[in-house]
Write a protein that binds this ligand. Structure first.
Ligand SMILES: O=C(O)CCC(=O)C(=O)O
Ligand SMILES: [Fe+2]
Length: 218
């Protein structure tokens, strides 16, 4: 039996030490995850991401969006990799998926970073999600759609690597001290030509959310 072919009875902590990364398997049937892939692909205002590298702004091939709770529909500002982003409101699908993920993981989230990788040639380099604006040791829930991709963790000190395949419709939750001790990445690969969408639900410290009306680029 393929253990990872469907929702697991109990999530599995794939890390041997210094943190918790729970893999839940597929939390929805393939027909649902295909439906959400299409909806997200077609309805989200995707943009190329930017990062500040050696004082220069570079654009990623991958596209992103950032959704957060808003007040009176006004966007919030959020900074990482030296660049400030502005939130778009949660769409109906995203709210539904947020509820599903909150129920499965028994945690709550107030924002979502969305990534669109057009093919296996696009990935994400080693990093940890330890931005100052994030709630300390808050859970980060990663929901995948579209192409199956490999995802890996590397211990910052021992350099131990743990990897798994992220199936469409699968849920992975990083918790506790994980971000302090482990890096993670989505390795690029020539073996995958199909696109993948990944949603990471997070909790941004409300006090850190900068309420921003002016300065918003449409
Ligand atoms: O695409 C993924 O599975 C992970 C994305 C990620 O690590 C991030 O957005 O911080
Ligand atoms: Fe990350």
């Amino acid at each position: 039996m393929d253990l990872f072919s469907s929702l697991l009875d109990e999530p599995i902590n794939i890390l041997p030490k210094d943190g918790v990364v729970n893999y839940y398997g597929e939390i929805m049937p393939l027909s649902d995850s295909s439906y959400y892939f299409e909806r997200l692909f077609n309805t989200i205002a995707w943009r190329h991401d930017q990062a500040l590298v050696f004082g220069k702004i570079i654009e990623t091939k991958r596209k992103v969006a950032w959704c957060a709770d808003t007040i009176d529909g006004k966007p919030f500002a959020y900074s990482y990799s030296g660049v400030t982003r502005y939130s778009i409101p949660f769409t109906e699908e995203l709210l539904l998926l947020k509820n599903l993920v909150e129920q499965q993981s028994n945690e709550s989230y107030n924002s979502c970073l969305l990534n669109l990788y057009h093919s296996g040639e696009e990935g994400m380099a080693w990093h940890s999600d330890g931005e100052a604006d994030l709630k300390e040791q808050g859970a980060i829930a990663s929901l995948s759609f579209g192409a199956e991709r490999k995802f890996a963790f590397k211990h910052k000190f021992s350099k131990e690597v743990v990897a798994l395949q992220l199936k469409p419709g699968s849920l992975l939750v990083m918790k506790g001290i994980t971000q302090q001790h482990w890096l993670h990445r989505l390795p690029p690969t020539k073996k995958v030509s199909e696109p993948r969408i990944n949603l990471t639900f997070r909790t941004i410290d409300k006090a850190e959310l900068k309420y921003s009306v002016q300065d918003v680029k449409s």
